[in-house]
Ligand binder design. Structure first.
Ligand code: CUA
Length: 147
């Protein structure tokens, strides 16, 4: 290895460290969750909302052309939602506007992410993956009431 090769190697290694630190910082420091794909969870075909404990909800979202189920849920401010998402037909997107929750609804798989909603209001969910002629009308809402 000559000198310039060593330089390239050192610079590349430093960059890898910087990138890895950025990922660790965003997860641990900023609390930005990463989506998880649960291959062991049986895909479901019906949407549901269950309160597991005070302020802690489990929501099972089903995406299908061209709606999400449940279409509307209501929870008090400060609630934490464990969101499970699947699709019964094609691939859909799932973004809760105004938050950093962004998932893909994949047939045969269940993706999951946690969301805490502190501010009261209406949070719209949109499909961000083109899924057919009514794609632009595919949405749902989370109503957050004052606790
Ligand atoms: Cu579902 Cu676009």
């Amino acid at each position: 290895m000559d000198r310039s090769e060593k330089h390239v190697f050192v610079i590349a290694s430093c960059l890898m460290l910087v990138f890895m630190s950025a990922v660790v910082y965003s997860v641990v420091g900023l609390g930005i969750g990463l989506p998880t794909c649960n291959t062991s969870v049986q895909p479901f075909t019906q949407g549901s909302l269950v309160e597991r404990s005070p302020g802690r909800y489990e929501v099972q979202y089903v995406a299908r052309m061209w709606a999400f189920e449940p279409a509307t849920i209501e929870v008090p401010a400060g609630s934490t939602l464990d969101i499970y998402l699947t699709s019964v037909d094609v691939v859909h997107g799932f973004e809760v506007l105004g938050t950093n929750l962004n998932l893909m609804a994949v047939p045969g798989a269940v993706n999951n992410m946690q969301l805490t909603l502190k501010e009261p209001g209406e949070y719209r969910i949109i499909c961000h993956e083109y899924c057919g002629i009514m794609h632009q009308n595919m949405n749902a809402v989370i109503k957050v009431t004052r606790s």
